[in-house]
Write a protein that binds this ligand. Structure first.
Ligand SMILES: *Cc1c(COP(=O)(O)O)cnc(C)c1O
Length: 420
């Protein structure tokens, strides 16, 4: 019996997060033994160039020495106290120093917790129940965010998972990404306390928002007295040092973080204006808590990474150059083989589509050839290139990835392009 079969006897579906089961691309997931820099090895000794990097967190690659040392040092002092520690204050200072419009932060254990808590806070602050979210944006798996469009955008959402009561999603209005008219319609329809959006959407492959769209969204929130939550769990410290803020300059009322902020350990956070954040317990009445929140080992990993990023802000340009080289190589090869191909790159993030059109929203992304992606994935994996096992995910470049890694990936694609 293979390890994946054994895993399925004990763990639901053999995995602890569904995408890892390879359902949408077929085949079986390799079980990973270890990583080093840009590479991972599975338990059978196969080596892969890793374009997932734990779904984003590992911007310095696997086993980054500075992160590793910080973790080991912290572990030796004790893994958890459930009491305040200095390292939480240090990480809070390092993060907030980057964002003049964010005054206070709260650390949690995942991106899901960050967005869920940010929405509760926004509702508590505005005393308004309805929220707007965008079709194709993912903000974790809390009830009111597991919503799909009803009969079209700008409708009250219907649950996208059994177990989520329709009563819980009836306050979630859906709008279309990059379509400000659909946002206006949603504002008209409900009593909207907050809007949550990925300013650089990374969960429908990679689709950045248009600048004017985000600016108009900010204005609409001001006009209606709604809290704007920019979910930068993925894009924060990944698209650039300050996420979407460096690119668009749009000031959120609350920003949510995750992934890179924990350097590979389970960390999430939400930060916002003082006036809003002070509604949060224990200062204010909106309740939020966590036994392991601000865990010193996790905070130490996050602190090592954020400090290193702040000391080396030039890496984003280099990472973007590599991401572009990869995508341009793929584009050229696709063209030569009559394959429809478009792509987006933002900093160290890339997304590509087997689609003649560059997508601007989820419907566009959804019209891409996902069967072709499955073939691409399978054949590249066999050649030692580990891409996301779903056409709806973003790819990541890490600092140890070399130019020859990129060129080898393009060469491998040249070899398999005829077969997909
Ligand atoms: C990954 C992600 C989340 C959820 O974070 P988890 O740590 O998986 O709970 C939320 N929002 C965005 C934009 C994400 O990419």
């Amino acid at each position: 019996m293979g390890i994946f079969q054994e895993a399925q006897q004990y763990i639901v579906g053999g995995v602890n997060s569904p995408v890892r089961a390879f359902k949408s691309v077929g085949g079986e997931p390799p079980f990973i033994e270890r990583g080093e820099g840009a590479y991972i090895w599975d338990i059978e000794g196969n080596k892969y160039l890793d374009y997932i990097q734990s779904w984003g967190p590992l911007i310095f690659g696997h086993c980054d020495k500075d992160t590793q040392e910080a973790i080991i040092k912290a572990v030796k002092k004790g893994v958890s106290f459930g009491a305040p520690t200095k390292v939480e204050v240090e990480l809070a200072k390092e993060v907030l120093e980057l964002f003049p419009h964010l005054d206070l932060i709260r650390f949690v254990n995942s991106g899901t917790e960050a967005t869920m808590s940010a929405i509760r806070l926004a509702r508590g602050y505005t005393s308004k129940d309805d929220i707007i979210k965008f079709v194709g944006c993912y903000h974790g798996h809390s009830d009111s965010l597991l919503v799909s469009a009803g009969s079209g955008a700008a409708t009250f959402g219907v649950p996208s998972s059994p177990g989520v009561p329709a009563d819980f999603t009836k306050h979630t209005l859906l709008a279309e990404y990059n379509n400000i008219e659909s946002v206006k319609a949603a504002f008209e329809k409900g009593d909207v306390g907050c809007v949550i959006i990925e300013p650089i959407a990374g969960n429908m492959s990679l689709v950045p928002a248009k600048k004017e769209f985000l600016e108009e969204l900010r204005e609409l929130c001001n006009h209606y007295g709604a809290v704007l939550i920019l979910d930068e769990v993925m894009s924060g410290f990944r698209a650039s040092l300050r996420g979407s803020f460096d690119i668009y300059g749009v000031e959120a009322d609350i920003v949510t973080f995750g992934k890179v902020i924990g350097g590979g350990m389970p960390v999430g956070a939400f930060a916002g204006r003082k006036e809003i954040m002070e509604k949060l317990s224990p200062v204010g009445p909106v309740y939020q808590a966590g036994t392991l929140s601000g865990n010193p080992v996790a905070m130490s990993a996050g602190l090592a990474v954020i400090k290193k990023l702040k000391e080396n802000p030039e890496i984003y340009k280099e990472l973007e150059k590599k991401a572009k080289a990869l995508m341009e190589g793929f584009e050229k090869t696709s063209k030569e083989n009559g394959i429809d191909f478009t792509y987006n790159v933002v900093g160290s993030m890339f997304g590509f589509f087997f689609n003649p059109k560059k997508p601007e929203n989820f419907a566009d992304v959804d019209s891409s050839d996902t069967q072709r992606y499955a073939k691409f994935h399978n054949k590249m994996l066999n050649k030692g290139f580990y891409f996301a096992p779903s056409a709806y995910e973003t790819g990541f470049i890490c600092t140890p990835m070399s130019d020859s890694d990129i060129q080898n990936t393009i060469k491998a694609y040249e070899e398999i392009a005829k077969e997909i």
